[in-house]
Design a binder for this molecule. Structure first.
Ligand SMILES: Cc1cc2nc3c(=O)[nH]c(=O)nc-3n(C[C@H](O)[C@H](O)[C@H](O)COP(=O)(O)OP(=O)(O)OC[C@H]3O[C@@H](n4cnc5c(N)ncnc54)[C@H](O)[C@@H]3O)c2cc1C
Length: 394
């Protein structure tokens, strides 16, 4: 079997790429390791930059998003048990949109299914070969058998643990990584959000974040050890600690049943280049950011915007100019996103191994942010999303 584009992974990057190419009549196959139900129910990101919202609407899959989203005009910062509002709308004229990643995936996979698009679930890719040739081969397992196909282009959209990045030649790929000395204990709770916007709080016990998924569901996080033992965290202890770290005089944290809790270690990871031969990486396959900046999903969409524009030029006009520059263009934006996520992580968290001097410097950075309009504008521009440089013609 030969296809123009083989897409590895049906997460947000893979499913969006397949959908955009489909809109322009470019055939693809999507190979996904997990079942459709599993992918659609995976709860992860929820804060969308304006560029992400614009892309989903432009691609014709924003109807439910337009109806069900929540709009935040800024964020709140907690410091020494006081809350400081950064009003992005007033600072730069745009805010952020809250709509769960699992809803986006449902919208995309539902749209692909409706068109009978070739998405093969429970089909893990085990090898990608001959990427230097004009017919790379993709080997995958399905129903207990190994299958192989060839493609003009392979899009590696299979996340951090996928097979695509590993198919890049070791002497070409450079990896950069920081693993943080802490993780996040995240809970999903059936409780109305206690604020109109997300609350990022720096506290001597550690960072805490209050965010939301809907008017009845809150998403809350506590900085913890990367290997924190969840069995030591009763629901009551979680709520008490959230209240300690997020609290402010006159403000009440709404409590409710905890539906889900997990510990996520935090890392910054980057590999470059994002293309070699006929293999192109997008999203978490190439880069992972700590969730402090809410950038992972948005960066995946920005990559797909450039990659789909380049593939449309390639397949419809025979023009490879943008495709050849894909890695350089995507890397430029992604390094800036990494910088924002990394510096935010440093500013908000308590590091067990940080010198007292460094701790005071990061606190000074936080005080500068809440006290001065200039850094607030820079923060607002980064938080609401850097521009996407190339858009597909759809
Ligand atoms: C626990 C958690 C919480 C997060 N919270 C946030 C947040 O609050 N805000 C934010 O912006 N970002 C968050 N992120 C990051 C965000 O979810 C990712 O950046 C986003 O999912 C990237 O999309 P992707 O399509 O590139 O990769 P993924 O969503 O990882 O999708 C990759 C897909 O490829 C499939 N796959 C893997 N290996 C193979 C293979 N060998 N063959 C075929 N298929 C394969 C996987 O099953 C998956 O469906 C979080 C991530 C995690 C893990």
């Amino acid at each position: 079997m030969h296809v123009p584009v083989a897409i590895v992974g049906a997460g947000p990057s893979g499913s969006l790429l397949a959908w955009i190419l489909r809109l322009r009549g470019i055939e693809s196959i999507v190979l996904e390791a997990r079942s459709r139900e599993y992918v659609e129910q995976r709860i992860r990101a929820g804060v969308l930059e304006q560029g992400t919202v614009d892309m989903l609407i432009k691609a014709g899959i924003g109807d439910r998003l337009k109806k069900e989203h929540m709009y935040h005009r800024g964020v709140c910062i907690g410091y020494r048990n006081r809350h400081y509002m950064l009003d992005f709308e007033e600072l730069i004229g745009r805010g952020v949109t809250v709509y769960g990643q699992q809803e986006i995936t449902r919208d995309l996979l539902g749209a692909l299914a409706k068109e009978n698009h070739n998405v093969i679930y429970e089909a893990p890719v085990v090898a990608i070969e001959d990427i230097d040739s004009d017919r790379p081969a993709v080997r995958y397992e399905h129903n207990g058998r190994t299958h192989e196909l060839t493609a003009d282009i392979v899009a590696g959209c299979d996340g951090f643990h996928g097979a695509s990045r590993k198919a890049m030649p070791a002497d070409v790929l450079k990896a950069y990584e920081t693993v943080y000395p802490f993780g996040w204990l995240g809970v999903l709770a059936e409780a109305p959000p206690s604020k109109e916007v997300a609350l990022f709080s720096h506290h001597e016990n550690g960072f805490a974040l209050l965010s939301m998924r809907s008017p009845t569901i809150s998403r809350l996080y506590l900085q913890c050890a990367p290997d924190e033992d969840l069995s030591e965290w009763s629901d009551g202890r979680i709520w008490d600690e959230l209240e300690t770290r997020l609290g402010a005089p006159g403000w009440t944290l709404e409590r409710g049943p905890i539906l889900q809790k997990e510990v996520t270690p935090l890392r910054s990871f980057f590999s470059e280049p994002m293309q070699h031969g006929r293999l192109f990486l997008a999203g978490d396959a190439a880069h992972v950011v700590p969730p402090t900046g809410a950038k992972g999903l948005n960066s995946a969409v920005a990559d797909v915007s450039v990659l789909s524009a380049a593939l449309i030029d390639h397949f419809t006009k025979g023009d490879e100019a943008l495709l050849r520059r894909y890695s350089d263009i995507a890397l430029e934006r992604n390094w800036q996103v990494q910088r924002f996520s990394w510096s935010n992580t440093a500013m908000y968290h308590v590091y067990p191994d940080r010198s007292p001097f460094d701790a005071r410097m990061h606190e000074a950075q936080l005080r500068y942010l809440i006290g001065d309009r200039s850094p607030q504008i820079v923060y607002a521009e980064n938080h609401t999303g850097l521009p996407i440089s190339h858009w597909p013609e759809i």
